[in-house]
Design a protein around this ligand. Structure first.
Ligand SMILES: [Fe+2]
Ligand SMILES: [Fe+2]
Length: 280
């Protein structure tokens, strides 16, 4: 059935665009000359974005005892880089909350999986003392967006894919590529590029199941690969393929991660899952 590239690109164009305000937040937070006031003005012009950000800033994940009640406070308390993650989470939540039949992902399932991957990615960076925790958060949040585009094709060949995945000795993502012609990671990269997202996000999204193929951001791609594995192991998977895309030992070795590190992060995240506001 290989699908033509033009069909995939048409489906990408049919998705709601990333709000301009969210794109501007990304550009502003990347620029060291930006002031908190400028950032506040841009976010303040988009009431839906601002409301979503405040709701999330007050979720259990950020763990502030006191209520964050204004944008200004959120920016100051959380910092510029975390503000970028918050803006992106608020911007993509509505699309990630949709049900994806092809992958057998229920309503809000992809949102929870994406948030948990984002949190795991940030925790991994902290554990490994890597500087890009907030970029990793945003990449984790967006890593499976390609599923929104190709779920419809997966739906057509789902039974065949599941049947083949055991006999063909291929991972689910390799089979997507073979049967559909594209896998959700590559398509996610196209989508991120179409949204004009920075290269580190584009590459870590498109290489999250094959981090060794990353050219410039192999460490970030490996972080997202492992973070996705953690979310799946915690049972908050992205769908039918959760355990059919194995966690690569090579990625763990590249990051010098031991099993004990993973267990530690999983225990911490498992505890936060007990709080119902975590996926606000
Ligand atoms: Fe994925
Ligand atoms: Fe995933």
């Amino acid at each position: 059935m290989p699908v033509k590239l033009e069909h995939v690109l048409k489906r990408i164009q049919a998705l709601p665009p990333l709000p301009t305000s969210a794109m501007r937040v990304i550009a502003l937070t990347k620029n060291p000359a930006t002031s908190a006031r400028e950032l506040e003005n841009v976010i303040g012009q988009d009431p839906a974005l601002a409301a979503g950000m405040l709701r999330q800033a007050n979720s259990a994940y950020y763990g502030y005892a006191r209520r964050i009640s204004s944008l200004q406070e959120a920016i100051v308390v959380l910092g510029f880089q975390a503000t970028q993650g918050l803006a992106m989470a608020s911007a993509v939540a509505p699309v990630l909350k949709t049900q994806l039949l092809g992958y057998e992902i229920e309503h809000e399932g992809l949102w929870k999986h994406s948030m948990l991957t984002a949190m795991a990615a940030k925790s991994l960076c902290k554990k490994l003392k890597l500087p890009h925790g907030d970029v990793a958060f945003t990449a984790g949040l967006l890593h499976d967006i390609g599923k929104l585009v190709i779920s419809i094709y997966v739906q057509e060949v789902g039974a065949y894919l599941l049947d083949k995945v055991t006999s063909a000795k291929l991972s689910y993502v390799e089979l997507e590529e073979k049967i559909i012609g594209f896998n959700h990671a590559t398509v996610g990269g196209f989508l991120a590029k179409g949204w004009n997202l920075p290269d580190d996000l584009v590459e870590s999204i498109s290489c999250h199941h094959a981090p060794s193929s990353a050219k410039n951001y192999i460490e970030l791609a490996s972080i997202i690969h492992v973070a996705n594995g953690i979310a799946c192991l915690l049972g908050i998977g992205g769908g039918v393929d959760s355990f059919l895309n194995p966690l690569q030992q090579e990625a763990l070795d590249r990051l010098s991660l031991k099993e004990a590190n993973l267990e530690h992060i999983m225990a911490d995240l498992g505890e936060s899952l007990l709080d119902p506001t975590i996926f606000a």
